[in-house]
Design a binder for this molecule. Structure first.
Ligand SMILES: [Zn+2]
Length: 275
């Protein structure tokens, strides 16, 4: 799933093109992709977008008149692209916005499952829709992070991925951040010293910024990630083979030398222990 660095890179790339011309045609949208029916999509036609914004892993496109907001959540397999006039695109995207001048914003989704979503909302409804999200991960800072950690009897990896607590980090960047901070994914959030909180806050910023910079240059997963999906590859810090712990829905990657005091965490025993 795209996380904060990926979404922010897309937002930056889309900001200018989507606001260059008024919308000529909004839709069609796949029936499973469009999550709202009132106001109808055609309400966008003739209006101009103010640009692209982002909250957590969602893209927001407010209209210039301040009356409507188009929200897109890509989930795991959705991809959004701007096609210049005449540029060839997918035949049946999950959603399409056509602009005067011929440009198009298209949303596609790989695989049979349609999980990505498009919402057309009023600004008040967007606020309500996003009210459950925690503060943005990038630029959170040690003080705020310390307050959050002190309240949560959780383990670090699971806490960092919880959008209600901190918004924008998923499993891939949680792996990268904890590796940079040299902390166990299973360390209790409440057990961190002030110095460790500072280290973690710094790792959140440095890793998300590293990811953003690479994504803006078009780097693919294999180059962007250093621990995530790197099972048995040498850790870039100490050359110890990267290990993983499997859960039902996700996998945690870590370096035993850098993060768990040399201990290799056994999948089954550990996951049973943590249930
Ligand atoms: Zn290492």
């Amino acid at each position: 799933m795209p996380e904060l660095p990926e979404m922010e890179a897309w937002r930056r790339a889309l900001n200018d093109p989507v606001s260059a011309f008024p919308i000529e045609q909004a839709g069609p949208a796949h029936v499973a992709t469009l999550k709202t029916f009132d106001p109808p999509l055609r309400e966008l036609e003739g209006r101009r977008l103010a640009g692209a914004e982002r909250r957590a892993k969602r893209l927001l496109f407010p209209t210039e008149d301040g009356e409507l907001v188009l929200m897109i959540h890509l989930m795991s397999a959705g991809r959004v692209r701007y096609l210049g006039a005449g540029e060839k695109g997918p035949k049946t995207p999950a959603f399409r916005l056509r602009f005067e001048g011929g440009g198009e914003l298209v949303l596609t989704e790989g695989g049979p499952k349609k999980r990505a979503g498009v919402w057309l909302l009023t600004p008040e409804a967007v606020e309500e829709e996003l009210a459950h999200l925690g503060p943005e991960a990038l630029g959170l800072g040690a003080e705020r992070l310390g307050e959050i950690l002190a309240k949560e009897p959780r383990r670090l990896h699971s806490l960092l991925r919880d959008q209600r607590i901190i918004a924008g980090i998923g499993r891939a960047w949680a792996n990268e951040i904890l590796h940079t901070a040299r902390m166990s994914p299973f360390a209790p959030a409440q057990g961190l010293t002030p110095a460790q909180v500072q280290t973690l806050a710094d790792a959140i910023d440095s890793e998300l910024l590293r990811g953003l910079e690479l994504r803006e240059r078009g780097a693919k997963d294999a180059k962007v990630y250093r621990v995530h999906n790197k099972l048995h590859e040498p850790c870039h810090v100490c050359a110890t083979p990267v290990e993983r712990v499997d859960f039902d829905e996700h996998t945690i990657f870590y370096c035993p030398e850098c993060q768990t005091g040399g201990r290799v965490l056994k999948d089954r025993r550990l996951s049973r222990l943590l249930r």
